[in-house]
Structure formats: structure tokens, C-alpha cells
Ligand binder design. Structure first.
Ligand code: FAD
Length: 466
């Protein structure tokens, strides 16, 4: 370790290389409920891509694992430092380099947070539309996890917004991909390969992001339904209605009770309806024009009514934003209630009723209570699993993931694989695809120094350090 610290300090200067008490506790973990914390041996806080490249070259020479860390809001252990390795933190690379209003793009350093970008784009009447539940997340982390969130149903996920990247490969080479344009048919799409690669292919040092006009008018509709099946069966009809909702979420009864209680929110639902409602649909519509919004709310309301809701509420603005915030905090509410794991399986949206039926069978069989909510418009459900026995928890998750994959879905819709879902991923993924992924990894990172043990094999080329 001394050699690593000495080499880093002589290359970057002592101020940018942190050890001992200079390392904060936060750097030892992310928000995963299961990943073991591990305090980093050394943290580097680079100020430029050139310095990141120097760190990569030193890590490569010394065969030291290198883990990039954004804000540590990840949910699968992917930024927890490896033993004997280096943690690369982007808190000093957190500038918005440009808001280009003519090309409608933002150019950002990786440590910029979603909150920071939202405040800046608002000044220009623009918006970066990816809103995962945690606005302290960094753009570097968002790119590396292909972050999604509630608005994905209308705008897509991070990979639909990133036009180009600057990135440092595991060889120390610095590349630029894409640019301030929406299309290119000029070789392999390296931007898309790096997005969602969880820090295992390259370190992102800059991103060019698409911006959109900020829509001034929005309305939030909440509809209680008698059963969860009715809610989920209604979703494909709502999505194909042509009314282009920005948010389509479901929240089951337990979760709604827990999140409203946790945030002291009274939505004014009469007791009789509250008792009968097994699940809720929450929709947000937005428009540039107020009259058009009112018309669409009217149409959406009658469609939901026809689909069998117990009632339809158009929430006043304060209640609407409080409910969305409470939904964003659902993870912390479930954690406080003692959930042992929270998963985010995705299936085709029309398969959600069948998927959730199977999930509840599994919950009964394994005696693991499962509750949830989720971005149901894009088929992504977030399930809180209560099962303290690690073996039973593993069996429960295995069965749920297997059911999702068998229905044409994937283990994770947005949180990623990290270290915590790796065993399920390696078990359920097509071996030919895994072999190709390993070859891609070797091309980007020949010595396996970038986040070994995340996504693919624990050893990589940095043997014995995990
Ligand atoms: C309450 C809550 C709600 C959430 N809701 C959502 C949601 O709705 N949708 C969603 O998608 N996610 C959600 N998340 C998960 C999390 O916010 C996202 O995964 C986010 O993208 C992580 O960003 P971060 O900066 O915290 O990354 P970190 O947790 O620091 O790191 C995540 C991964 O990115 C890599 N990484 C970080 N920076 C770089 C870089 N510069 N270059 C290369 N790799 C890098 C790390 O190595 C790691 O693999 C939620 C989390 C919480 C706590």
C-alpha cells in the first residue's frame, strides 16, 4: 500500500491523495442493503482527466483495483472500494462546463449532481429529464449505472440522453466518443458500451447530455384500485392512450400507507376507499399549454375510470409534489421498516400482472413478505423483500429473477448488478453473452483493474485482492 500511496502522491501531489483520518466514512459504502462496507485504503480526488489517466496508469502498473465513486447512492455495492485498491472520487471534478442553449446540450464533469444540473438548466428554461429518486446522485454515477427513474416512460433513461463522453480506459488512454449531435454511423458506438458498465470498462471524465424545454404545466392524478392486478392490467392501455404521461407509477397498499405515514401526508382519500384499495396508480401529465393539459387530464380521468378505478383524484400541487417525494423516499421507508433487500426487476409492461402473481406465489412459498411500487409504465417494479435468513433470501431472489427473465425481462431495470446481484446475473445470463462481455472488458481494461468483482468475475486480472 505504501508504494501505491507514494506513487500517487508523487504524481498528483499530497493534497489529492487521502489516507487515514482524511478518509470519510461515506467512502466505505453505497446505499445497498446487503453489501459489506469496506473503508478504502487510499482515496484520490483528481481535478482533471489527465490526472485520472495518471491514476489509471499507476493502478495498472501496480495491479491495484480502481473503483470510481460518484455520490455513493448506488444500490448494489458497485462503488464499494476493493481491498488493497484505490477509490477515485469526483468531488473536485464537479463543474458544469457548458450549457449550450443553441444545441440544447449540457457538458458536465462526472461529479456534478442531478440537483446542481437541475438548478442550472432551470435558469435557461431547459431540463435534463432523468430523475432517479436521489437528486444527490452524480452524473458520472448516472452514466455508469444507466440511471432511469420515474420519467423514463416519457423521456427514456440515461442512455437515451448521453450524446458523447470523455473517458479514460483501463490502459490509461483518454478517448472522446460522440459529440453535440444526435446521430453518427461511424464505427462501433462506444458511448453506449460505456453507459451502464458500472465503472468496469472506463472512467467517465466528461459527458455531453441532451436537454429539453422545461414544461410549465403539470398535473398529478392518483387512482385507487380494488386489486393490484387491475392496476397493472390498466397500464398498457394508459401508455398506449396517446396522452404521453410523464410518470406512470404503481404503489401497493402497504407501501402507500408506509410512505404517507413516514412523510405525514394526508391525501384526503375517504376511509372506505382507503380500506378497499389494494393498490394505487399515480400519473403525471405535462404540457406546454394549460388548456391542453386540462383536456388531457379530463380524458385520462375518464379512461382510468373506465378501467375500473374506485375513484380518480387530481391532486393539488403541494400534495402532488409531496406524494412524488414520498414515493422517491420509498427506499428509505422500506429500509426503516426492516426490508432485507430491494430489487428492481423489469419485464415487458404487459407481463407485469403475470409477473407480480408469480412474485406473490414465491413470497408465500418462501415465507418472505414482498411489497412494492415502481415505474410500472416501463415495466420496472421495485420490490422490498423481508427475509432475514440469508439462504432463504437468496432462494427468494433467485426465483423472482428467474421468473422475470423467463417472462422476457431482466434482473435489474436501472440499479445495476454491482457485487450484490452478480451471482444471479452469472447464473441466469446467456453464457455466450457473458463470454462476449468478458472479451469486451479485456479490450477496454486488459489488466482487469477497473472495478473487479462488479458485474463479471470477482478475480479479473487483479487476483487475490477481492
Ligand atoms: C432513495 C434512492 C432512490 C433511487 N432511485 C433510483 C431510480 O429511481 N432510478 C435509478 O436508476 N436509480 C435509483 N437509485 C440508485 C442511484 O441513485 C443510481 O444508481 C445513481 O445513478 C448512482 O449515482 P452515484 O453518483 O451515487 O453513483 P455511485 O453509487 O457512486 O456509483 C455507482 C456506479 O457508478 C460507477 N461510477 C461512478 N462514477 C463513475 C465515473 N465517473 N466513471 C465510471 N464509473 C463511475 C461506480 O464505480 C459504480 O459502479 C436510487 C437510490 C436511492 C438511494
Amino acid at each position: 500500500m505504501t508504494t501505491i500511496v507514494e506513487r500517487l502522491s508523487s504524481s498528483l501531489g499530497h493534497d489529492l491523495v487521502l489516507t487515514g483520518t482524511a478518509i470519510v466514512e461515506d467512502d466505505a459504502h453505497d446505499e445497498s442493503l446487503t453489501a459489506a462496507w469496506h473503508a478504502p485504503d487510499v482515496v484520490v480526488v483528481p481535478e482533471s482527466a489527465a490526472q485520472v489517466a495518471d491514476v489509471v496508469r499507476i493502478a495498472r502498473e501496480l495491479r491495484a483495483p480502481l473503483t470510481a465513486r460518484g455520490s455513493g447512492t448506488g444500490l448494489c455495492g458497485a462503488c464499494v472500494p476493493r481491498r488493497g485498491g484505490i477509490l477515485l472520487s469526483f468531488r473536485r471534478m464537479s463543474s458544469i462546463l457548458e450549457i449550450d442553449t443553441e444545441n440544447q446540450v449540457a457538458v458536465v464533469q462526472p461529479g456534478v449532481t442531478l440537483q446542481q444540473l437541475d438548478e442550472e438548466t432551470a435558469r435557461h428554461g431547459l431540463i435534463y429529464p432523468v430523475f432517479p429518486g436521489e437528486s444527490s446522485a452524480s452524473l458520472g454515477g448516472n452514466v455508469a449505472t444507466n440511471a432511469g427513474g420515474m420519467r423514463a416512460i416519457k423521456y427514456g433513461v440515461t442512455r437515451n440522453q448521453v450524446l458523447g463522453l470523455q473517458a479514460v480506459l483501463g490502459t490509461g488512454e483518454v478517448i472522446r466518443t460522440g459529440g453535440k449531435f444526435v446521430k453518427a454511423t461511424t464505427g462501433y458506438d462506444l458511448t453506449q458500451l460505456i453507459i451502464g458498465s458500472e465503472g468496469t470498462l472506463a472512467i467517465v471524465t466528461e459527458a455531453i447530455l441532451k436537454l429539453y424545454p422545461r414544461t410549465p404545466h403539470a398535473a398529478t392524478i392518483m387512482a385507487p384500485f380494488r386489486t393490484l392486478q387491475e392496476v397493472t392490467a390498466a397500464v398498457p392501455k394508459i401508455v398506449s392512450s396517446g396522452l404521453a404521461p410523464m410518470i406512470v407509477e404503481y404503489i401497493d397498499q402497504m407501501t402507500m400507507r408506509a410512505i404517507t405515514a413516514a412523510s405525514g401526508l394526508d391525501l384526503g382519500v375517504p376511509d372506505t376507499i382507503e380500506e378497499a384499495a389494494q393498490a394505487y396508480l399515480v400519473l403525471v401529465l405535462e404540457e406546454l399549454d394549460r388548456t391542453r393539459l386540462d383536456e388531457n387530464v379530463e380524458r385520462m380521468g375518464s379512461l382510468i375510470n373506465d378501467l375500473g378505478s374506485l375513484d380518480v383524484y387530481v391532486l393539488p400541487p403541494h400534495a402532488a409534489s409531496s406524494l412524488i417525494q414520498a414515493r422517491e423516499r420509498a427506499f428509505f421507508t422500506a429500509k426503516a421498516a426492516g426490508a432485507n433487500e430491494i430489487i428492481d426487476t423489469v419485464v415487458p409492461r404487459a407481463q407485469i400482472p403475470a409477473f407480480l402473481s408469480r412474485v406473490f406465489e414465491i413470497a408465500m412459498q418462501t415465507q418472505s413478505p414482498i411489497f412494492g411500487c415502481g415505474h410500472v409504465g416501463d415495466g420496472n417494479v421495485h420490490l422490498s423483500v423481508f427475509q432475514p435468513d440469508p439462504e432463504k433470501l437468496h432462494d427468494t431472489l433467485s426465483s423472482v429473477f428467474e421468473a422475470g427473465v423467463a417472462m422476457g425481462g431482466a434482473i435489474s431495470g436501472e440499479h445495476g448488478i454491482g457485487t450484490e446481484k452478480r451471482s444471479y446475473f452469472l447464473e441466469l445470463e446467456d453464457p455466450a453473452k457473458l463470454a462476449l462481455m468478458r472479451r469486451i472488458k479485456a479490450a477496454f481494461d486488459p489488466d482487469g483493474i477497473l472495478n473487479p468483482g462488479v458485474l463479471l468475475d470477482p478475480d479479473g486480472a487483479v487476483a487475490g485482492r477481492n
